[in-house]
Design a protein around this ligand. Structure first.
Ligand SMILES: [Zn+2]
Length: 186
């Protein structure tokens, strides 16, 4: 305690908050109190015990002793979010600059990555668009052509219960499709 007091008087850094408050409230008002006898074998056990008490009593110390990094993150996740939000707001330029440098230094890596992403996405989209759907009107259409199909005469005739017309347009469509297919193949 004597050391804390003299450090606080001299304004030693590292325990900023504690010493500031000791000075504000009066150094003579601070004392050390034994709250528990606890025998332990390692420093870690000691820190853990200290942490338990700090959690019970609150602390000026930024980090609670004896927490695993995982525990620390869980305990402070909300504060961290607030802090990050504030930090990002106040450091926009710095962050942009940092990202730029990071990109410049890893250009090839990022290009490759976005390339991979692009082809992966493209492939997924292509698969989705090519998926065959069976319409209640009897036509099989590709998902990508669904709007065209829903606007087609055939589908509209079907919805209007005009089965005769529906069959006619369907035959025409089939014929046209066959012609197109032959044409593409040549
Ligand atoms: Zn249809």
């Amino acid at each position: 305690m004597e050391k804390h007091r003299s450090d606080a008087r001299r304004g030693v850094k590292g325990k900023g908050k504690l010493y500031q408050i000791m000075n504000d409230l009066g150094i003579e008002n601070f004392y050390i109190e034994l709250i528990e006898h606890h025998s332990c074998n390692t420093k870690e056990e000691l820190f853990k015990k200290e942490g338990e008490w700090i959690r019970k009593m609150g602390t000026l110390n930024g980090q609670i002793q004896g927490r695993t990094p995982e525990q620390y993150r869980t305990d402070t996740v909300v504060q961290k979010q607030e802090y990050d939000k504030e930090y990002n707001k106040n450091n926009k330029d710095k962050i942009t600059e940092k990202q730029k440098t990071k990109y410049q230094n890893n250009k090839e890596h990022y290009k490759q990555k976005s390339n991979d992403n692009y082809y992966e996405k493209k492939e997924t989209i292509r698969e989705k668009m090519n998926a065959k759907c069976q319409c209640e009107c009897g036509v099989v259409y590709s998902y990508g052509n669904r709007l065209r199909h829903f606007n087609s005469k055939h589908h509209k005739n079907f919805l209007n219960n005009n089965i005769d017309k529906c069959l006619a347009t369907r035959r025409r469509t089939t014929i046209r499709k066959t012609t197109e297919a032959t044409f593409i193949q040549q």
